[in-house]
Design a protein around this ligand. Structure first.
Ligand SMILES: [Ca+2]
Length: 297
């Protein structure tokens, strides 16, 4: 599937959504048409005011035979449509939902960091409740109900599919990091801190900061051999294991770690009192409604 943006236009729309007795204005909306006979990525603003992008279903080659051993083998994956945050989860979003935010680098438009996997999952649930959606995570076991309408962390396959945005190279602009300066906040340009969201160029699907700024927790348990055994449709990672996947590299990462194929992992903080690093953040995904599916088919 060759997906390249060819036009950009905005369509104003408005709706009112009542959640937990509180009226929320919503839904400034814009569309991004993508060069394809059958697929379009669509920008919307959710009832809690977060910009998300509706991503069409598709197939892509995940991983690489040329990178680290855990990125091999390159394998064909089919992904169902989903919605993903246009930016990393931001500190103002935590404040709006009155969620604790222990970020090291303060700023309303900066991404949340120093967040454990388990606390990122709890934020997903809180946003689901704020938007009247069914929560995905059991808050005792952190088992995930993928059929729920609410937010969760992206699977590793969803994250890489979104980061590639239709490309098959190690970076969304080619096979080398030559354009990373304009696409990512990383060790080569970060001044040793996060940047405000959206300061760098988006990828072809309009997603900002997939590479760099904060490295992003994925839902999946990490296994260095998972790509050798992954199912071909909507893989969700190994059933159990001590670490969860982190993708994309951060403000502190080298060029090589800020590619679409580099894999990292750390303990999620479910049962222990670990502290997350100031390089770890996340973004949310959710399944599409029937109406949203129609829009991206
Ligand atoms: Ca990132």
């Amino acid at each position: 599937m060759d997906l390249r943006r060819v036009t950009h236009h905005s369509v104003a729309a408005c709706c009112m959504v009542t959640v937990a007795g509180m009226a929320l204005t919503a839904c400034n909306e814009s569309s991004q048409s993508i060069a394809s006979t059958h697929a379009t990525a669509v920008d919307i603003t959710t009832p809690s005011g977060v910009q998300i992008v509706l991503i069409p279903a598709g197939e892509f080659w995940m991983g690489s035979d040329q990178g680290e051993a855990d990125a091999a083998p390159r394998h064909l994956i089919r992904v169902s449509p989903f919605a993903i945050d246009k930016f990393e989860a931001l500190q103002r979003e935590f404040e709006a939902l009155q969620m604790p935010d222990g970020s090291h680098f303060k700023g309303d438009d900066r991404p949340v960091e120093q967040i454990r996997w388990s606390d990122a999952a709890l934020f997903c649930n809180e946003r689901s409740r704020a938007e009247g959606l069914e929560t995905c995570y059991d808050e005792a076991t952190f088992a995930c109900n993928f059929e729920a309408s609410g937010y969760r962390l992206p699977t590793e396959a969803e994250w890489e599919y979104a980061a590639r945005a239709g490309t098959s190279t190690d970076y969304p602009f080619g096979n080398g990091p030559h354009k990373l300066q304009s696409h990512a906040c990383y060790a080569g340009n970060s001044a040793k801190q996060t940047s405000r969201a959206g300061q760098k160029k988006p990828n072809a699907w309009g997603l900002h900061d997939m590479l760099g700024n904060v490295a992003e927790w994925c839902h999946d348990v990490y296994s260095e051999t998972y790509f050798q055994e992954s199912p071909g449709v909507d893989p969700r990672g190994p059933a159990s294991g001590p670490q969860r996947v982190i993708r994309g590299g951060s403000w502190k990462s080298s060029e090589g770690a800020c590619s679409v194929i580099a894999r990292m992992a750390d303990v999620p903080g479910i049962a222990d009192a670990c502290f997350a690093q100031d390089t770890y953040g996340f973004r949310c995904v959710r399944r599409l409604s029937e109406e949203e599916r129609d829009r991206v088919e």
